[in-house]
Ligand binder design. Structure first.
Ligand code: BES
Ligand code: ZN
Length: 847
C-alpha cells in the first residue's frame, strides 16, 4: 500500500509493506533509499526508536529479529520539484511524473528495489484538484472522490492486480489532455486506450493510438498474447532520459516519440514511433509478466523485446529494408562499442551503475542472439519455445538460462534432433567482443566441388574460450542466377569445412553469397575477389546480401581513399552497377534502392580500423560521395524528375521516393548545383517534415544563402514546438563549416534551449560530437569543450552525462595526436567529483 500526499513544496509518501521473511536468522532488513527524508517507521504498528535502525545516503538498515510475516509502515518526504535527475518522482513542465527503471523507485520510498521482488500495489493519491486534474497510476481506478473536509483536494485509488517489481511502478499527475480509443482483443475483451499529452499536442496522438492497436493485433496473431488489463495509458513527457518506458498499463514516453504526423515527423520517425510503441507494449509479456531475476538478465527482456519489435516492423513494412537498418545501427553503434573500453558481454560480468548498461550490446546484440536462435530452430519451433517460456515463468522473475532451457525442454519433449547443442549456444551471452569469421574457398572445376573453410576467432577477456555456434545462411549463384537453394551451415568449431558437390563443372566457380540476411552478428571476410563481389551485386536475389556487397566495396573505397589510394577502375565498375540498379529500379522497393545509395556510417568504418585519423576518414567519405554524385548526376536528375509526383503520397507510401530525393539533393548540392539549393529551400516550407528535413540536411553542410534562410524559416515555423526545435539546434551544432565556439555556446544559452531536457542536450552536444572537423579539431579544443559541458550536466543529470561521455570511448583507436588531446580532456573529467555513473565510464576508459 502506497500513499502519496501532494503538497506544493514536497510530497509525503507512506509505504506500508507486508513482508514475508525467508530467512529467520536474518539480522537486518536492508531497504534502499536516496534523497528521502525519513519521518517514522512502524513495525507491526509499533513506532521504532532511533536506535532500531541506521540510515545513510543510500539505505535504511532495520535491526532484527523479524517474524515470518510482519508489516512495515514507513512515512517519508521527497522533493520532486527540485529533482533534475529525471529518476524517481520529478516534475516536467508542470506535471509530476516517475521513472523507476532501473533503480529509481528507491528515490520515492525506502524499498528493496530489486526486480525479483514482486508485489501487488494499491496506491492512494491525494492532490489539489485544480493543479492535478489527471491522476494516473498502474492498473485500475477503484476510487475517485473529493475530500469531504476540503473540497480543493481530491483522492484517487489505483489498484494493479498483477504482481510487479518496483521498477514498473508509475505515477503521473497534471493537467493533461487525452485522446481515447478502444481495442477489442481476440477473445472479445474491450480495452480502453488513452494517450495523454499537453493541450497543444493532443491533436498529434492518432499515430500513437493506431500503432498500439497494430502491436496488440500482431502479438495476438504471432504469439497468441493478449493484453491483460482493462485500460492502457500512454503519457507524453518532455523531460525524459530515455525514449520510452513500459510501466504496467501506464507507459511513459519521451514526447518526441508520441507526438507525430506527416507535418511534424519524418517517415523514419513515424516508423520509429510505431516500433517504440510496439516495443513497450510487447514488454507487457516479455519483461512485465515474466521479469528479470536481477539486472544481469537485462537482455532477457530488452534483447528479446527488441527482436519482437524488429519482427513487427519487418512484417508491417519491408523485411529487407528493416534488416538493413538494424544491421547498420548494429555495426555503427554496437560494433563500435565492442571495439573499445566499454565492451561487455550481453550478460555483463559486473557493473557499478546498471544505468550504464542500457547499451547497444544488451539491446541490439541481444536481439541478434534471439534471431540466431530463431534461425537455428526455425520459426515455428522458436515461437512454440517462446510461448512455453512465458507460460512457465508467468508471474515470475527469470534468467537467460531459464529462457534457453525452456527451448531445450520443448526440444526434448518433442524428441527433436537439433544439429547444434543448445547448451553451447549460451556462450553468446557470456563473451564480449565481436567474433570474426574467415572464409577461404577452393574450386575444383573438374569435379564440380566447392570447398569452403571457415575459421572463427574472438578477442575477448572472458575466460570461457569455447567456440561459438554461428549460423551461416548461404547460397550459390552463377552468371545467370542461382544454382543451389539457400542452406544453413552451422560453424560450431574453431575451424570447420564445408564441401558442396555436384555443381556445374564450369571453369569459373560459383559466386558465393554468405551470411545472408546477416545470419550472425560477426565481422566476416572471404578471399573472394572484388570483381566477384561486383558480380554478386548483380545476381544475388537476397536484397540484404546485395546491399552487404555494396557496403563492403564502398568501405574499401573510403578506407583506401583515406590513405590516398584510389582504385578508379573498380570504383567505376561499382558506380556502373549502381547506375544499372537506378535505371532498373522498378524491379525493387524504392526504399531498398535508397538504402543501397546510402554510404556506411563513419563509426562503423572507424570501428574496423586501428590507428585512425578521424578527419581523413571524414574527408575520404566526403570525397567519395562527391565522386559518385558527379558520375551519377544524369541518373539522379532523371530520378528526381521521375519520382516527383509521388512525393506527396502519405506515409507509409512515398517513403522510398522521399528518401531517394533526400539523397539526390544531398549529393547534387555537394557538387555545387545551385538550382537544387533553391528546391531544397522550398521544401523547408512544405507540409512534409520528411521533405523539409531532406532540404535542411542537403543545405546544412554547404555555404550558401539558402542555408541561412532555410534555418530561419524553420526556426520561425517551429519555435513553439520544443521537440521539433531540437533538430534546429542539432543542425547548427553539427554544421561542419562553423568552427567558432561562439555559435555553440550561444545555442546553449539560447532562450529556447532547455538545459534540463535531455533531448535538447543531445541535440546540441550530440550534434557537436558528430561535427567531425570541429569536434576533432587538432588543438583539442572540441574535446575540452565537450568535457566541460559534461561536467556541468553531470551535476544535474548523471544518466544523461554518463551516456554523453561515451563520445570519447574509442579514443585509443585514434592516431597519437588525437589520443593525446582526448586523454587531456579525460584528465579534466577525471579530476572532478563525478556521479558514480559517469565515474564508472571514465574509469573504464582510463584503463
Ligand atoms: N525499459 C526501457 C526504458 C528504460 C531504459 C528505462 C533504461 C530506464 C532505463 C524501454 O523498454 C526501452 O527499451 N526503451 C528504448 C526504446 C526501445 C524501442 C529500444 C529507449 O528508451 O531508448
Ligand atoms: Zn525495452
Amino acid at each position: 500500500n502506497l500513499e502519496f500526499r501532494i503538497n506544493s513544496k514536497f510530497v509525503e509518501v507512506i509505504n506500508i509493506m507486508k513482508i514475508h521473511s525467508i530467512d529467520n536468522a536474518a539480522k537486518h532488513l536492508v531497504l534502499k533509499g536516496r534523497d528521502i527524508e525519513l519521518i517514522t517507521i512502524k513495525l507491526d504498528n509499533v513506532q521504532l526508536k532511533k536506535n532500531a535502525y541506521i540510515v545513510d545516503d543510500n539505505q535504511l538498515k532495520i535491526n532484527g529479529p523479524f517474524k515470518n510475516n510482519f508489516s512495515l509502515e514507513i512515512k517519508s518526504r521527497i522533493d520532486p520539484f527540485n529533482n533534475t535527475s529525471l529518476e524517481g518522482l520529478y516534475s516536467s513542465s508542470g506535471l509530476l511524473t516517475t521513472q523507476c527503471e532501473a533503480e529509481g523507485f528507491r528515490r520515492i520510498c525506502y524499498h528493496p528495489d530489486r526486480p525479483d521482488i514482486l508485489s501487488r500495489y494499491v496506491v492512494k493519491i491525494t492532490a489539489p484538484k485544480e493543479r492535478y486534474p489527471t491522476i494516473l497510476c498502474n492498473g485500475n481506478l477503484i476510487l475517485d472522490r473529493l475530500d469531504p473536509k476540503d473540497s480543493r483536494m481530491r483522492t484517487v485509488i489505483w489498484q494493479d492486480p498483477h504482481p510487479k517489481p518496483s521498477y514498473l511502478f508509475a505515477l503521473v499527475l497534471g493537467k493533461l489532455y487525452e485522446q481515447k480509443s478502444s481495442y477489442t482483443t481476440k477473445s472479445g475483451k474491450n480495452i480502453l486506450i488513452r494517450v495523454h499529452t499537453n493541450e497543444n499536442d493532443i491533436k498529434y496522438s492518432s499515430h500513437a493510438i493506431s500503432s498500439l492497436k497494430k502491436a496488440m493485433a500482431w502479438d495476438e496473431q504471432i504469439y497468441a498474447l493478449e493484453y491483460d488489463l482493462e485500460q492502457y495509458n500512454i503519457v507524453a513527457v518532455r523531460h525524459f532520459n530515455m525514449g520510452a518506458m513500459e510501466n504496467k498499463s501506464l507507459n511513459i514516453f519521451n514526447s518526441k516519440l508520441i507526438i507525430a504526423d506527416e507535418t511534424l515527423s519524418t517517415d523514419s520517425e513515424l516508423e520509429k514511433i510505431e516500433s517504440v510503441i510496439a516495443h513497450e507494449y510487447f514488454h507487457n509479456w516479455t519483461g512485465n509478466r515474466v521479469t528479470c531475476r536481477d539486472w544481469f538478465q537485462l537482455s532477457l527482456k530488452e534483447g528479446l523485446t527488441v527482436f519482437r519489435d524488429q519482427s513487427f516492423t519487418a512484417d508491417l513494412h519491408s523485411f529487407s529494408v528493416k534488416r538493413i537498418q538494424d544491421v547498420l545501427s548494429l555495426r555503427n553503434i554496437q560494433f563500435k562499442e565492442d571495439s573499445g573500453p566499454t565492451s561487455h558481454a550481453v550478460k555483463p560480468l559486473k557493473y557499478n551503475s546498471i544505468d550504464n548498461f542500457y547499451t547497444s550490446t544488451i539491446y541490439e546484440k541481444g536481439a541478434e542472439i534471439i534471431r540466431m536462435l530463431e534461425t537455428l530452430l526455425g520459426k515455428e519451433l522458436f515461437r512454440e519455445g517462446l510461448k512455453f517460456y512465458l507460460y512457465k515463468f508467468d508471474g515470475k522473475a527469470a534468467t537467460t538460462e531459464d529462457f534457453l532451457d525452456s527451448f531445450l525442454e520443448i526440444i526434448n519433449h518433442k524428441k527433436i534432433k537439433t544439429s547444434f547443442k543448445l547448451d553451447e549456444f549460451k556462450a553468446w551471452y557470456e563473451k564480449a567482443g565481436t567474433p570474426k569469421v574467415k572464409i577461404k574457398h577452393v574450386w575444383n572445376s573438374k569435379k564440380g566441388i566447392l570447398e569452403l573453410s571457415f575459421t572463427q576467432s574472438i578477442q575477448t577477456n572472458n575466460k570461457r574460450s569455447e567456440p561459438l555456434i554461428i549460423p551461416i545462411k548461404f547460397k550459390l549463384f552463377d552468371k545467370n542466377g542461382m544454382i543451389t537453394g539457400e542452406n544453413l551451415f552451422i560453424l560450431d568449431k574453431e575451424k570447420k569445412k564445408l564441401c558442396i558437390k555436384n555443381l556445374p563443372k564450369t571453369k569459373k566457380g560459383p559466386y558465393i553469397s554468405l551470411f545472408r540476411d546477416f545470419s550472425a552478428p560477426v565481422i566476416w571476410n572471404t578471399d573472394v575477389c572484388d570483381l566477384d563481389l561486383l558480380e554478386l551485386l548483380k545476381v544475388d536475389d537476397n536484397l540484404f546480401s546485395k546491399w552487404e556487397v555494396s557496403q563492403r566495396l564502398v568501405k574499401k573505397f573510403i578506407i583506401n581513399r583515406s590513405k590516398n589510394l584510389i582504385d578508379s577502375k573498380l570504383e567505376d565498375l561499382y558506380i556502373s552497377s549502381l547506375k544499372l540498379i537506378i535505371e532498373k529500379r522498378e524491379k525493387y522497393d524504392l526504399r531498398f534502392v535508397a538504402k543501397l545509395l546510402e554510404l556506411p556510417g563513419l563509426p562503423e568504418i572507424e570501428a574496423s580500423q586501428k590507428n585512425i585519423d578521424p578527419i581523413s576518414i571524414y574527408n575520404a567519405n566526403s570525397n567519395f560521395q562527391a565522386a559518385i554524385a558527379k558520375k551519377l548526376s544524369p541518373q539522379l536528375y532523371e530520378l528526381l524528375a521521375n519520382i516527383k509526383p509521388s512525393l506527396s503520397l502519405n506515409w507509409p507510401n512515398g517513403v522510398g521516393e522521399r528518401e531517394l530525393t533526400a539523397i539526390a539533393w544531398k549529393w547534387l548540392t555537394k557538387i555545387g548545383d545551385v538550382s537544387i539549393c533553391t528546391e531544397a529551400l522550398n521544401a523547408v516550407k512544405s507540409d512534409s517534415m520528411s521533405l523539409s528535413k531532406a532540404g535542411l540536411n542537403a543545405l546544412n553542410p554547404i555555404i550558401c544563402a539558402q542555408r541561412e534562410e532555410a534555418l530561419e524559416i524553420f526556426y520561425q515555423r517551429w519555435k513553439d514546438k520544443p521537440i521539433i526545435l531540437d533538430s534546429w539546434f542539432n543542425l547548427q551544432a553539427s554544421n561542419p563549416n562553423n568552427n567558432s565556439f561562439n555559435t555553440i555556446e550561444s545555442l546553449l544559452k539560447h532562450h529556447r534551449f532547455d538545459p534540463l531536457a535531455p533531448n535538447a542536450i543531445r541535440a546540441v552536444l550530440g550534434g557537436f560530437a558528430n561535427n567531425m572537423p570541429n569536434f576533432h579539431a587538432i588543438d583539442g579544443s572540441g574535446y575540452n569543450f565537450m568535457a566541460e559541458q559534461i561536467i556541468l550536466i553531470d551535476q544535474k543529470n548523471a544518466i544523461t552525462a554518463s551516456r554523453l561521455v561515451k563520445v570519447f570511448s574509442n579514443w585509443k583507436n585514434y592516431i597519437q595526436i588525437h589520443q593525446e588531446k582526448i586523454n587531456d580532456a579525460l584528465k579534466i573529467l577525471d579530476r572532478q567529483n563525478l556521479s558514480s555513473n559517469t565515474r564508472e565510464i571514465i574509469n573504464l576508459m582510463k584503463n
